[in-house]
Write a protein that binds this ligand. Structure first.
Ligand code: CAA
Length: 445
């Protein structure tokens, strides 16, 4: 069977930065440690006044096409995943295609375009759609462009405000990929939940604490479901595990749960039992509360062991390096986690040819999905082409008063006129409104 997977990717961060420890924490009267240690975030990315989900997505896609020497004729499908859409009918992918058509001689009239919605997991679902389209032989030799783009803004003073972010990831899905091959096996954990939702409103209604527990519950189900189809998972099977990362502290919890789960019945589980005792079983306790207290105690002991900490340092920590600097990108979040892990490996001379990744996606509402990926030769060159460090370094550092203005500019309910903080150059920029209320864009040389 021909390999299908991600051939190349590009990342585009919003051009503004809110420093959480230096700027946000003092304004909120909080200890900076809550952000840097508790949530695990240093900064959030924000869109400048001329940026939005379309410009960020189109800019990421344009760079990808330029770097790979592609023209619209090479692309048969454009799928956009977002939970920040501004139109209930016309998909963001049409706006992005319209932008790209400004800079190419050909058009995308032949390409199937759509928009996927299931909170943050829709980026991974769009990859699935592209994968299935190619596997079904419907692609006529063309590749798919998958774009995950979001402005993850919360209402002012919502607890989620600390985890905001904005950026886009563009991925080229094709046969014989140069980055990762996707597994056919997948595991799901999916249930009707009301933890985080936007019922016809821009900013989410969030039950933050509950959303953390729902993430963990669905992730456990997805891991179990994956093991059913792919066989038992051993911690040594996977070089890295990129998780959906709303903030790194969430992944710290998910990783402990995942490790507890995958060491069961393995030599690692036996060694751990010798060190800290066996994992608590529900049948050993009379009430759920007693069982949960025992699980918490066991997990605390587990995460203190050297064996766990080594595994975490190698398999999880590297995947958080970009997120710490940019915050939550919703649909793009798990995809920047993958990129961060591979980037770390390249920079540290790790040989990942044929290494396996376990990719764990999540979307509120709620659904988790787990699948495996095989890193393919060529990955180092692809990852080496990313300039995300430079983009992150070059962001404009907002004062708190400026942050308040930027939040207002992107709030659909307020009309605020603010000068741009950076100057657009060789990129798509928002250019006002059309006669039917549509957004217009232009390419700025
Ligand atoms: N030093 C070190 N750590 C500190 C600290 C300090 N001075 N002060 C607080 N902390 C720690 C806390 O102990 C806590 O850690 P633990 O959870 O490990 O105990 C952490 O910092 C956060 O502190 P709080 O729990 O007090 O923070 P909060 O209640 O203000 O907000 C949140 C936390 C509920 C997650 C909030 O950020 C939120 O609502 N976020 C949006 C929802 C979200 O991201 N949910 C994640 C799962 S849903 C999902 O993944 C989908 C998605 O993308 C949205």
């Amino acid at each position: 069977m021909t390999a299908v997977g991600i051939d190349a990717m590009e990342i585009w961060t919003g051009k503004l930065k809110l420093d959480l420890a230096e700027t946000f924490a003092p304004a909120q009267g909080d200890d900076p440690g809550k952000y840097t240690k508790g949530l695990g975030l240093r900064a959030s990315s924000f869109p400048d006044v001329y940026e939005d989900i379309v410009t960020m997505g189109a800019n990421a896609a344009h760079r990808l096409m330029e770097r790979k020497g592609l023209t619209p004729e090479d692309i048969g499908r454009i799928d956009v995943a977002t939970e920040s859409a501004f139109d209930n009918s016309k998909p963001v992918s049409t706006y992005i295609a319209g932008c790209l058509e400004q800079v190419y001689d050909e058009n995308f009239h032949h390409a199937n375009k759509g928009e996927r919605k299931f909170a943050c997991i829709s980026g991974t679902q769009s990859l699935d759609d592209a994968y299935n389209w190619i596997r079904a032989g419907r692609n006529r030799g063309r590749a798919a462009l998958v774009i995950a783009t979001d402005t993850a803004l919360y209402a002012r003073d919502d607890p989620g405000e600390a985890t905001q972010g904005a950026g886009a990831v563009a991925m080229l899905v094709d046969e014989d990929p140069n980055l990762v091959e996707l597994s056919t096996e997948q595991g799901y954990g999916s249930a009707d939940e009301t933890d985080f939702l936007k019922p016809n409103q821009q900013f989410p209604s969030v039950d933050g604490k509950r959303s953390v527990n729902v993430y963990l519950a669905r992730m456990r189900e997805a891991l179990e479901d994956f093991a059913e189809v792919a066989g038992d998972i051993h911690p040594g099977d996977y070089e890295m595990i990129p998780f959906h990362t709303p903030f790194p502290g969430m992944v710290r919890k998910a990783a402990a749960l995942g490790y507890r789960h995958i060491i069961r019945g393995t030599d690692v589980g036996d060694l751990m039992a010798e060190e800290i005792g066996r994992q608590p079983m529900r049948s050993d306790f009379e009430t759920d509360d007693e069982f949960h207290a025992a699980i918490k105690e066991y997990t605390d002991a587990l995460t203190e062991t050297e064996r766990y900490q080594d595994w975490y340092a190698n398999s999880i920590e590297p995947t958080l390096e970009i997120s710490r600097e940019v915050g939550n990108w919703y649909t793009g979040s798990v995809h920047i986690a993958r990129a961060a892990g591979l980037k770390h490996a390249r920079e540290n001379g790790l040989d990942l040819d044929e290494a396996r990744l376990l990719v764990a996606s999540y979307g509120s509402g709620a659904q988790a999905e787990v699948h495996a990926e095989t890193v393919v030769p060529g990955w180092e060159e692809e990852i080496g082409a990313l300039d995300i460090d430079e983009q992150v370094r070059n962001r404009y550092d907002l004062s708190f008063a400026e942050y308040e203005q930027v939040h207002d500019v992107h709030n659909h309910e307020t009309e605020t006129d603010v000068e741009e903080f950076t100057a657009p150059e060789n990129e798509f920029a928002f250019d006002g409104w059309g006669r039917m209320g549509e957004r217009k864009y232009r390419y700025v040389e």
